[in-house]
Design a protein around this ligand. Structure first.
Ligand SMILES: [Zn+2]
Length: 545
């Protein structure tokens, strides 16, 4: 990271500067050719920038400059920690995962609990992974692996024993301990209620590992053009982790922390939320805020825990597993809204989306108008009747665009559960953009890649490869490159509740990314190959150069 002295003016010229500001009355965005910034602020654009004295001039060689990207929903610490656990990602079958875990465990005899994050939960029939497969490799120490969906956990028998999960175990109301015909736990645990007791037994991750995780996240974000993130799941203990990272100067990006609301104890959490927000503010770093509360309205469709309005096709008596009662969620959202927090609600199924919209609507009615920025995230299914409510209520629709392709998650786990009709109306990004709602994008990393260019590529193509057999999935829901850029810049900027955030304008924040090529001009299937030549975060160059 190179530092910029406060008084020095940087100018980038010979560039296509995409400001992100829509020209009123048109679908076009204002473009110019140069930008100048000083400290953390943009000084001038175009001719005004070109004609002013600069201490440092960069020739962009015809490259593309826009506001640095934001990630509207990411898990920075989880993503960074994953690199330090057993490597469970990228294997082709459960045995491959088990072997990798065994090897790692033998190489780390001192580690009491073997952890892994991000295994592919589509690899076992019906998503049921057996403890015995892990026992063959690690019989003596507990193994706890979390799937890439972050809702499914696979454990070995040692972990089941320590947790007291045995034949006839009582099922939690907010999770499923998957059992076989004999009533024995298989080793697969779905949702919070089932795996929380296991996680509660594990020793805390050492501070230095958490710092290394944030360092890893910071490097990853900078190299992909990200300067702001909504960290979407922060528990109390990790508020200190973030403050410590900031004190150590590790934050080359700005982050807002979404404090996790527990459906079982949110009333008791309220005072703590306000304390944590105040503690973060008192720390005084412009890189850190804690203005958001995270709710999980439901689980995920792949595990049958996404909350649907109509039953699952493969399980006709089930509409999924909402984590909240509708009235209780409305009370909780109203309570945190009254404290001035923004709600950030995970909603996968159409039932969850409705419950989240209802909750936000209740808060608006109860607390009256104010500048609130509620966000509903993921939005895999939204009922037609609910689509106009995003614009009407001022709710940000946050999508993870990288998911909008017909991959193995869809063919193996989603389509059989949703049936044809619902399968063909997922991730309605263009419909929501056209409805006038603010649409923002995110990655949900480490669920999927943090790279915004990869997300943009899928958003504009809705397919995985350039192979003509791989046809776009729901082509009518493709967005334009500019709409995708806007979702990653001004869309995410709207979530921050700061005026005009996410657009390049004089006086605006000098968060800038320099791409080697104009993503509007390249082959749309090659957008994610564009090199990122520079990232500036609040005027400081954090990547390239
Ligand atoms: Zn998430």
């Amino acid at each position: 990271m190179s530092t910029t002295s406060p008084g020095k003016v940087t100018r980038i010229e010979n560039a296509i500067v995409w400001t992100g500001r829509q020209i009123p009355g048109t679908a076009d965005y204002a473009v110019t050719d140069a930008i100048a910034f000083v400290g953390d602020r943009v000084l001038a654009l175009g001719q005004a920038a070109r004609s002013m004295a600069a201490d440092h001039v960069i020739d962009a060689e015809g490259g593309f400059i826009c506001h640095a990207f934001g990630d509207g929903h990411v898990h920075s610490i989880f993503g960074g920690l994953e690199q330090q656990f057993a490597p469970v990602r990228g294997h082709g079958d459960p045995q491959g995962i088990a072997r990798a875990v065994g090897e790692w465990a033998r190489a780390h005899p001192e580690v009491p609990w073997i952890r892994g994050e991000g295994f592919d939960h589509t690899l076992a029939p019906s998503g049921i992974f057996h403890a015995a497969w892990l026992d063959a490799e690690v019989p003596d120490r507990p193994v706890v692996l979390r799937a890439t969906d972050y809702h499914t956990v696979w454990v070995n028998s040692a972990a089941l024993r320590l947790t007291g999960y045995e034949r006839g175990v009582t099922q939690p109301h907010d999770g499923e301990i998957v059992c076989d015909e004999m009533g024995d736990p298989t080793g697969t645990l779905r949702e919070w209620g089932a795996w929380r007791p296991v996680y509660d037994l594990m020793p805390e991750v050492p501070l230095e590992m958490r710092m290394a995780a944030i360092e890893h996240a910071a490097r990853s974000f900078a190299s992909s053009g990200l300067a702001w993130v909504q960290d979407a799941w922060v528990e109390r203990a990790d508020v200190n982790t973030w403050i410590e990272a900031s004190t150590r100067g590790l934050l080359t990006f700005r982050a807002d922390l979404a404090l996790w609301a527990d459906p079982n104890s949110w009333r008791d959490q309220l005072a703590g939320f306000s304390e944590d927000r105040a503690r973060v503010a008192a720390h005084g770093s412009p890189a850190l805020s804690a203005n958001t509360i995270k709710f999980f309205a439901d689980g995920v469709i792949e595990s049958g825990t996404g909350a649907l309005l109509e039953p699952y096709c493969d399980c006709p008596h089930s509409k999924g597993m909402p984590n909240w009662d509708t009235a209780e969620l409305a009370l909780a959202v109203t309570a945190i809204d009254a404290l001035g927090f923004n709600a950030h609600i995970h909603a996968i199924g159409d039932g969850a989306a409705r419950m989240a919209l209802d909750g936000i609507e209740s808060a608006i009615i109860a607390n009256g108008p104010r500048d609130r920025r509620p966000v509903i995230v993921h939005l895999q299914l939204v009922d037609d009747a609910d689509l106009p409510r995003f614009a009407a209520l001022g709710v940000v629709a946050n999508f993870e665009p990288y998911w909008a392709k017909f991959d193995s998650w869809q063919t193996e786990l989603t389509a059989p559960r949703l049936g044809e009709l619902r399968t063909s109306r997922q991730y309605l990004m263009k419909t929501l953009v056209d409805s006038g709602a603010t649409v923002s994008f995110g990655s949900d990393w480490p669920v999927t890649t943090y790279a915004p260019l990869a997300g943009i590529q899928v958003a504009v193509n809705r397919r995985m490869s350039a192979d003509p057999v791989d046809e776009p999935w729901l082509p009518g829901e493709r967005v334009s490159v500019e709409q995708a850029l806007a979702a990653y810049t001004s869309g995410v900027g709207w979530q921050t509740a700061q005026q005009d955030e996410g657009m390049l304008r004089p006086g605006g924040r000098a968060d800038v990314v320099w791409l080697a090529k104009d993503p509007r001009a390249v082959d749309p299937m090659a957008i994610d190959e564009i090199a990122i030549l520079g990232t500036w975060s609040s005027g400081v160059r954090v990547h390239g150069g």
